[in-house]
Write a protein that binds this ligand. Structure first.
Ligand SMILES: Cc1cc2nc3c(=O)[nH]c(=O)nc-3n(C[C@H](O)[C@H](O)[C@H](O)COP(=O)(O)O)c2cc1C
Length: 300
């Protein structure tokens, strides 16, 4: 299949933040997926947040890892190079503390053979950048425009669910030249330890992911698919091929698997296999075709 001019072997990718080539490739061949989305990278190395930064929740988890990463130059020389040598289709997730930093990261990525850039304007776990950019449609539009002006790489804007109406940011990103949208990032949440009365996470709040957010993600993909005509990559709590199919029926062209890979590292390839089996059923294929006829531009 083709997403914004890039060939994907199938409609399933890893979501940013759960794939590390050295670890994940012990469980599956990264080139077997539609694409591999890597952890957010910033211009300079970023230490991330203090611990504890992970907590379990009913049907999900909270994380406040922050955008811990070695910086874009180390990413290009290390993770990106290894993945390209292995034949994977790579989506680089770009982050920053400021609009200038986002632009700088994307400028450096533009000079590489990365296949696509995903602009993470939606991380809830950092004080500057991230969600601060992704919850205001005007900021999403301005930032997307700036990045669009310095790269011809296919540009995906990753949207935050921590808004009243996600379609406002979706429309703004499309207007500014995004080639595709990905949604949803994590939902802002919190846990308090009843023994100490204190927040469980050192960051106080974290991003909720996993099956707990799936119905919200499906709803947001559905609404967004009816507001824009660019392709949508859907995610949020996908554990099985059946879950992935639900996102395709809501209007997504492809999906990403995140938290499931922290429980079962081979989940992305299993989801891909299960989805493929489902799509080979003529009745299911017909229902999906019918759903897709409503937004033909995204699937041409
Ligand atoms: C531990 C962890 C780290 C994450 N890091 C990033 C990141 O660096 N950039 C980003 O855009 N999203 C990040 N995410 C969000 C996921 O990519 C995804 O949007 C979200 O978790 C919902 O999908 P899921 O329920 O399948 O995990 C992270 C999620 C988790 C759980």
């Amino acid at each position: 299949m083709n997403i914004c001019g890039v060939e994907w072997k199938n409609p399933v990718a890893t979501a940013a933040g759960v794939f590390v080539c050295a670890e994940s490739s012990k469980y599956f061949d990264p080139a077997a997926l539609g694409a591999v989305t890597t952890k957010g990278v910033s211009a300079e190395p970023w230490a991330g947040n203090p611990t504890p930064r992970i907590a379990e929740t009913p049907s999900g988890m909270l994380n406040a890892v922050g955008l811990e990463n070695p910086g874009v130059d180390a990413y290009i020389a290390g993770e990106l190079r290894t993945l390209k040598e292995r034949g994977a289709t790579v989506v680089a997730n770009a982050a920053g503390h400021s609009e200038d930093e986002y632009v700088e990261v994307c400028r450096r990525l533009d000079a590489t053979d990365v296949d696509m850039i995903e602009l993470n304007v939606s991380c809830p776990n950092i004080r500057e950048g991230g969600m601060a950019f992704g919850t205001d449609a005007r900021t999403v539009e301005r930032l997307t425009k700036k990045v669009r002006s310095i790269t011809d790489k296919p540009l995906i804007v990753k949207l935050s669910p921590n808004v009243t109406d996600i379609t406002e940011c979706a429309v703004a990103a499309e207007r500014a030249g995004a080639d595709a949208l990905s949604l949803i990032n994590t939902m802002l949440g919190m846990r308090i330890d009843r023994g100490t009365g204190k927040p469980v996470l050192a960051n106080l709040t974290g991003g909720l992911s996993g099956p707990a957010i799936r119905p919200i993600a499906v709803r947001m993909v559905y609404e967004t698919a009816r507001s824009v005509s660019i392709p949508i990559i859907g995610m949020g709590g996908i554990m099985t091929g059946d879950d992935a199919l639900e996102f395709l029926l809501a209007g997504a062209s492809a999906v990403e698997v995140g938290t499931a890979a922290l429980i079962d590292p081979s989940a992305p390839v299993r989801v891909s296999r299960e989805l493929n089996e489902l799509l080979s059923d003529p009745l299911i294929a017909e229902v999906l075709d019918e759903a897709r006829r409503k937004r033909p531009k995204a699937f041409c």
